[in-house]
Design a protein around this ligand. Structure first.
Ligand code: ZN
Ligand code: FE
Ligand code: FE
Ligand code: ZN
Length: 268
């Protein structure tokens, strides 16, 4: 399997387990051509006292995270282990995030939308809020945030682009208009979209993004990459045979890799 897994967390985020070396061992055992860590970037958009250590590492932990990836890169050389990060997009805080990110030597930066206002829509502890929400409006808000994340130019990759479906809540009407608009925004921004297999492990039971959205992305020539969103070593490359089938059936023949924030392609 010549694939890559660019979405791997570490214990530093407070909700993943295992040593970093266990993740890289799992990647090599799965036959991945590359692996990259993309742990949660500090919650820069919240006041320091509200930054839940169970959601993301702190700014104090960030240098040690980078250092540990560097050490592993040396130890595994020439295996391509990348240094990435998963940063939350927060509208209105773009300049600040740009400034923060520029201080670190990342190979790639994921932009993810987890928060819609004060609600982390990907957090199982808050999933009861879906039953009280107006789901159609929630989707419109969520996808507009994803589009703004892409347009910000801050990110190389858009992570789990429709994670708002995670707990199985979907509006009744068709989503094609929203998908089309979103794929167009990705294409305009020149951003890469991630096929994230963690949805297979959650209620929704399918990858992010949905097949229909992925088809829109393909029609608009949006490049793709692949991530398991592993929060434990045995989740590295989980669901990748299925993801590969979905990608091939959609028409994709290449995955994107990144080094020093430069994109290149590898065959699927
Ligand atoms: Zn996480
Ligand atoms: Fe995420
Ligand atoms: Fe993640
Ligand atoms: Zn994630």
């Amino acid at each position: 399997m010549g694939l890559l897994d660019y979405h791997v967390h570490t214990a530093r985020c407070g909700h993943a387990r295992g040593e970093m070396e266990e993740y890289t061992r799992a990647a090599r055992k799965a036959g991945l051509a590359e692996m990259g860590f993309a742990d949660h970037f500090p919650l820069y958009f919240l006041p320091p006292e509200d930054r839940d250590p169970g959601l993301a590492m702190s700014f104090e932990q960030l240098p040690a995270y980078i250092q540990e990836v560097r050490l592993l890169q040396h130890r595994l050389n020439p295996y391509p282990l990348r240094l990435g990060v998963e940063a939350d997009y927060w509208p209105g805080r773009e300049a600040e995030l740009r400034q923060l990110l520029s201080a670190y030597p990342f190979d790639y930066v994921y932009g993810s939308v987890h928060f819609v206002g004060d609600w982390d829509v990907s957090d199982g502890r808050q999933s009861d809020r879906y039953s009280r929400a107006e789901v159609e409006e929630l989707y419109r808000t969520y996808f507009s945030l994803i589009q703004r994340a892409a347009a910000s130019g801050l990110f190389d990759i858009i992570g789990h682009a429709d994670v708002v479906k995670k707990f199985g809540h979907r509006p009744e009407g068709p989503l094609d208009g929203l998908y089309e608009e979103t794929a167009r925004a990705f294409a305009r921004a020149g951003v890469c979209v991630e096929v994230n297999t963690s949805g297979l492990r959650h209620q929704v039971g399918e990858v992010y993004p949905s097949r229909r959205l992925l088809e829109c992305c393909f029609r608009h020539n949006v490049p793709v990459t692949l991530g398991s969103d592993a929060h434990r070593p045995q989740e590295v490359a989980a669901g990748f045979a299925h993801a590969r089938e979905v990608l091939l059936a959609t028409g994709y023949r290449y995955l994107s890799g990144f080094r020093a924030r430069e994109r290149y392609v590898i065959p699927l």
